[in-house]
Design a protein around this ligand. Sequence first.
Ligand code: ADP
Length: 137
Amino acid sequence: MERTLIIFKPDCIKRKLEGKVLDIFLSKGFNLKACKMMKLDMDILSRHYDHLKDMPFFPGIVDFMTSDNVMVLVFEAENAISKARELLGPTDSKKAEKGTIRGDFGTDMRMNVCHASDSVESAEREIANFFLPEEIF
Ligand code: ADP
């Protein structure tokens, strides 16, 4: 079993898609282990997107990710990491196929509905950035 960190981004919350997206994960066999609503700030985002913080589009990501509340979740499933990335589709929603979360609900490269961890190491680091051990059930 693997764990992955999922974030329902501000576009997901603004458009009231959180129920739909949660249902997709649950119906595909993911078990919910932790969940909270948060307003992100620069500190937590800089740690989360450490690999992107020197990119020219990083300020745009910060603006977007702080533009509304987010929901942060931990899911557990067999091959949770690759399965969640498949469900999401590629980063650019315009290139994502219909039937994927980003293909069905995303707008573009930045407003792409959800984050999902891309490796076991990232998942462990990201989960620890958002949750205390006792908040995971
Ligand atoms: P993913 O979320 O698919 O793992 P990345 O880790 O590369 O993709 O990027 C993190 C997030 O940063 C993306 O989901 C997207 O919201 C934003 N982003 C990535 N690349 C760009 C870009 N070129 N322009 C604007 N936003 C971007």
